[in-house]
Design a protein around this ligand. Sequence first.
Ligand code: ATP
Length: 239
Amino acid sequence: MTDPLLTVEHLATGYGDLRAVWDVSFQVWPGRITVLLGRNGSGKTTSLRAVAGLNPVHGGTMTYDGRSLESVAAHGRVALGVSYVQEGKRVFRTQTVRENLLLGGYSLKLRRRALENELDRIYELFPILHDKRDDPAGSLSGGQQQMVAIGQALMAKPRLLMLDEPSGGLAPSVVAEVMARVSALKDSGLAILLVEQAVEAAVDVADHVTVIDIGKVVVSSPVGEIDDLERIKDACMGR
Ligand code: ATP
């Protein structure tokens, strides 16, 4: 197997001095999906925020592409290829789909032609966004808005894409569609870290599964070695 792009070991983090995560370890590989599962409040979002540089690290290490992330500010991590799609559909509702996507490419400081090429790449991944490119993003369905949010993150040309509950608030049929799109992103070699509540949908696309409970890892396994999904579901419910 290829080397991991991100290795998080014994992470302790929280909000200011308040500790929410005590001991979380996981890895994310290029072209693979690591899924972080766990019940509400178990520390999944807090862990992602620490990797993005938005929460302070109290202990442990985060190694990205062979270097320690701790001394790199949040915007520096974006420049290194770390992209984070926060929970909820963070689109600018009155801006068009195209304008939303262009905002994602802002940090690259590309010339117009290069930006247009990036846009075309996103439209290839999500053809519906091409069809709706001149519509206000707020007029799109929930699943389509999630694609805008993911497309916006992809415009920054990440190597690591962190997605926090992309299925949140979506109908089950739409969840399957969004997960299929997320899975397809692996083909380009992107390393994906996916936080989910929808256990079965997430396990379906996962290569590696890590379950957190009360800020600690309780299960960590390649998906092929999980022979008992009920055990994972139980762990996600704290049973
Ligand atoms: P969910 O699926 O509900 O988002 P989660 O696993 O992502 O759950 P976190 O959001 O990481 O859980 O929350 C972990 C702990 O941190 C919880 O006890 C939560 O109450 C606390 N927490 C979350 N956000 C803040 C905040 N802004 N300030 C202080 N504590 C917070």
